[in-house]
Design a protein around this ligand. Sequence first.
Ligand SMILES: [Zn+2]
Ligand SMILES: [Zn+2]
Length: 332
Amino acid sequence: MRPDTPAEHIAEAERLIRTATRYPEDQEPLLLQAAAHLELADERERASTLYDQLLSSDPADPHLVKALQAANLWEYGHEAEARTLISGIRAAAPTDPAPWEVIAEALEAHDELADSEECFTEAATLLVKESDPLTPATTALLTGRHRVRRLLALPHDEWDMVADTRHTGPVPLDELHDPKRIWALGSNDPAELRAEIARLRAELGDRRAALSRPFPVALLHWPVEELTELLTAYPTLATEYPSHAAHLTAVETSLRSLAASGTHNLGIVTGSVPSYEAFAASEKTSPASPSLLAEYATTLAARGKATPWPPSPTSPCWCTSTKPYAQCHGAP
Ligand SMILES: [Zn+2]
Ligand SMILES: [Zn+2]
């Protein structure tokens, strides 16, 4: 389902670029995602062109686009341009954590550890306030900072302790970021070494994938009237949706299991019959085909239509029951 080979990533990027011409108002999330697929296919020059195109069209988050462009440029040898962009972002001091994390990780990836640490610290100083609760994005800044500081063999400070406390993975952060593990090249056991490297890659890769795609993995939610109309028009879809209540339960269950398996950035998109039919027409497929539902959800998410999941326990449930999430689908 998800693209895997370079050819699949390129095909997906091209599909997203086509979608962007149909929905120009949603071009920013669509082209950012297309660029991420091009990067994954190692088509870095084409990705650069998309970032430039976005930057010339007054994007909502220019610092994030510039940060992604800097990281991409550096990957294919344009170090000087990348550094210029990074200095510009640092001077502009954006209040969104994402561009900071992208540039600090770009510095880290090119072994500029002292600069990377400085960059993470600048960001934390600006964005981590005692008065505000940490968000997943500010926690990620502290986690990245912790990793780089461990590599530099710096002693723990208060923010490192916060990073340790907030970390929820199966392996404690200090163990995960232990430079002896990261640089466990003295190990005599190649299998052990490979396992360690795989573990670190998984953590880093997961974060990077979430960052280069600031787009939720979204599940499709049909309000009750829409679902009734959908199933009346396309009875074949009843295999997917035995009842509205079962549909709602399935959405919550799937999101919980995605979260439990470490998928970040989850969301819900809301379907409507006219927009689904328009999507089917644009894909030259029948709306009656169940396989179209996931593609419809992906496209809505790529257009920036997803609502982040989970809601906070006290805010209204995503199912629109008006009950607080914790007393509705968020109940244990
Ligand atoms: Zn620690
Ligand atoms: Zn609910």
